[in-house]
Design a protein around this ligand. Structure first.
Ligand code: ZN
Length: 184
């Protein structure tokens, strides 16, 4: 088993290589790795750095869904727990988006505590990236739609870490304020 600092360092490095050249949604097409760094850092912060597997899985949470990475590879390189957490955060991309979205809402309450934390941190990051200055009509619509759906997913993920729950609520509040200000 890798020591904590190596585990997280290896996870960040693999994520950077696998997601190289990918852009995230919102906020001027920032690199996707910025999203992964934000999620991993949120998880490290709210758990006071006590769970290295969780932070590593935060770096890797989109790797199976968006890149050629497999569960076996993550289990061999990191641990069964890291691989399992990433699998829990992986959508079946063969399904249409509305079905995937509905599944996330329905499956959330049955996830492990660690996966619930990753999913909540993911939604915090993705809502935050959609809060942009002077949004277009499409950007406002996308923020309103995403935040409403994320709120339903996170409803099934609450109660594990009160700090993370509070950050999510603050982020939803920021989205509401942004939408009200821009007349959305
Ligand atoms: Zn993500």
């Amino acid at each position: 088993m890798l020591p904590a600092i190596r585990l997280i360092s290896e996870a960040a490095e693999l994520a950077a290589r696998r997601h190289n050249g990918m852009a995230r949604k919102g906020r001027g097409g920032e690199p996707h790795i910025n999203h992964l760094a934000e999620v991993a850092n949120l998880l490290a912060t709210v758990t006071e750095g006590t769970d290295a597997d969780l932070v590593a899985a935060g770096w890797l949470h989109d790797s199976i869904e968006d890149t050629e990475t497999t569960r076996e590879e993550l289990a061999n390189k990191f641990s069964e727990r890291v691989a399992g957490l990433v699998v829990e955060c992986t959508d079946d991309m063969s399904l249409p988006k509305p079905v995937r979205r509905q599944r996330q809402i329905e499956d959330a309450p049955h996830k492990s505590p660690g996966a619930k934390l990753i999913k909540t941190a993911d939604k915090i990051s993705n809502i935050g990236a959609r809060i942009v200055p002077h949004p277009s009509k499409d950007e406002r619509g996308d923020l309103a739609d995403y935040a409403a759906w994320a709120d339903k997913v996170v409803a099934g993920c609450r109660g594990i870490n009160s700090r993370l729950d509070r950050i999510f609520d603050d982020t939803i509040e920021r989205a509401r304020t942004a939408l009200a200000e821009t007349g959305g």
